[in-house]
Design a protein around this ligand. Structure first.
Ligand code: UT7
Length: 334
């Protein structure tokens, strides 16, 4: 099987920052509550008219530059998102157009906060089938388009952003930036629809279509049973990380950097603790971006590479958990 490599990363977040102090003016909350319960201090919020494809295209350009590649070279465009610009066309088609391309294979995938890891496995499968493929994979979200600003239990959690990677096959490519490329060693993906109601956005979709003129209700926005999701997130990410390490004959001591989905610093710390990964080997940036769903892992990956936290030989363990439920883990050797 042809090995697949991550040869470029990039991310983009909107300019506008919403701090916890700003949120204190919108709902009954406090910087103290948000910080102590979630670790989040601020998040980036899209401007009016800014859509997921805008963030995705900006992140894609940075990932292409990092890989030392031109957009022209891309063969596939994959976008993981739960907040696409519209039902149709797919966000990936719009990203294609914004990159000045046509005639590529473009498709969206929805696995909520695990979407990027699902996309990574799709990309690895494409490279196995078509070794010449050059794939853009983006996680992009405007979660604030589905945020209920009257619900303090959810509105303090989410942010907007996009993270992108460029993936291609052997021979092991260099990268434009000189940073090492990362071989995707393995991915382990899971899902379970029986807890669908614990984390859901349903209003306006086919189960709850809106009538013309109907007032948008709370179901139009993200609804979540936070405590239940918290426990499942910790348990699922811990177990999938243990399983993927075991089936690759690796131990937690081999992991140089754990990059978990950035939903809540308490979840991230609990997963690190349960796995036995030292805190300095666990990547956290939820304090500055909040939960950006499918964008969170690729933003964290790009930022970790940018900060020099990933060097030649680093073994990186990515893990995520999200609506569906979906969860998974991927191992990448740089
Ligand atoms: O990305 C997909 C995965 N998503 C997640 O992993 C999120 C998982 N869940 C969580 O991160 C946490 O459950 C939350 C951050 C959402 C909530 O934290 P918690 O420690 O589970 O709080 P809680 O829901 O048990 O609420 C505790 C109290 C409640 O008040 P009472 O009933 O004890 O009087 C809430 O009403 O905190 C109250 N509360 C707030 N207070 C101030 C809830 N939200 C807020 C708020 N500000 N924003």
């Amino acid at each position: 099987m042809t090995n697949a490599y991550i040869r470029g990363t990039g991310f983009h977040v909107p300019d506008r920052i919403l701090t916890n102090a700003d949120l204190e003016k919108i709902v009954e909350t406090s910087d103290e509550w948000i910080t102590s319960r979630t670790g989040i201090k601020e998040r980036h919020i899209a401007a009016k008219g800014e859509a997921a494809s805008d963030l995705a295209a900006a992140a894609a350009k940075k990932a292409l530059a990092d890989a030392g590649m031109e957009a022209e070279e891309l063969t596939h465009i994959l976008v993981a998102t739960v907040t696409p610009d519209c039902y149709t066309p797919a966000c990936s088609c719009l990203v294609q157009a914004k990159l000045g391309l046509t005639h590529r294979i473009a498709m969206d995938l929805n696995a909520a906060c695990s979407g990027f890891l699902y996309g990574l496995e799709q990309a690895r499968a494409i490279v196995a089938l078509k070794p010449e493929a050059k794939i853009l994979l983006v996680g992009a979200e405007i979660l604030t388009s589905r945020t209920n600003w009257e619900d303090r239990t959810t509105c303090v959690l989410f942010g907007d952003g996009a993270g992108a990677v460029i993936i291609s096959g052997e021979p092991a490519p260099g990268t434009g930036s000189g940073r090492p490329a990362g071989r995707i060693l393995d991915s382990l993906l899971c899902s379970d629809g029986s807890g669908a109601d614990l984390l859901v956005i349903s209003g306006g979709a086919s189960s709850e279509p809106y009538a013309t003129g109907q007032v948008v209700g709370p179901s139009h926005y993200i609804r979540m049973k936070g405590q239940d999701v918290f426990k499942l997130a910790v348990r699922s990410m811990e177990s999938v990380c243990k399983d993927i390490l075991a089936r690759n004959g690796l131990s937690v001591d081999d992991v140089d950097l754990l990059i978990p989905h950035q939903a809540n610093s308490r979840i991230i710390e609990a997963v690190g603790r349960k796995l036995g990964v030292a805190a300095e080997r666990v990547f956290i940036n939820v304090d500055r971006y909040g939960n950006t769903s499918a964008a969170s892992v690729p933003i964290a990956l790009a930022e970790a590479r940018q900060q020099g936290r990933i060097t030649e030989g680093s073994l990186v363990l990515l893990t995520a958990f999200g609506g569906g439920f979906t969860w998974g883990a991927s191992l990448v050797r740089f």
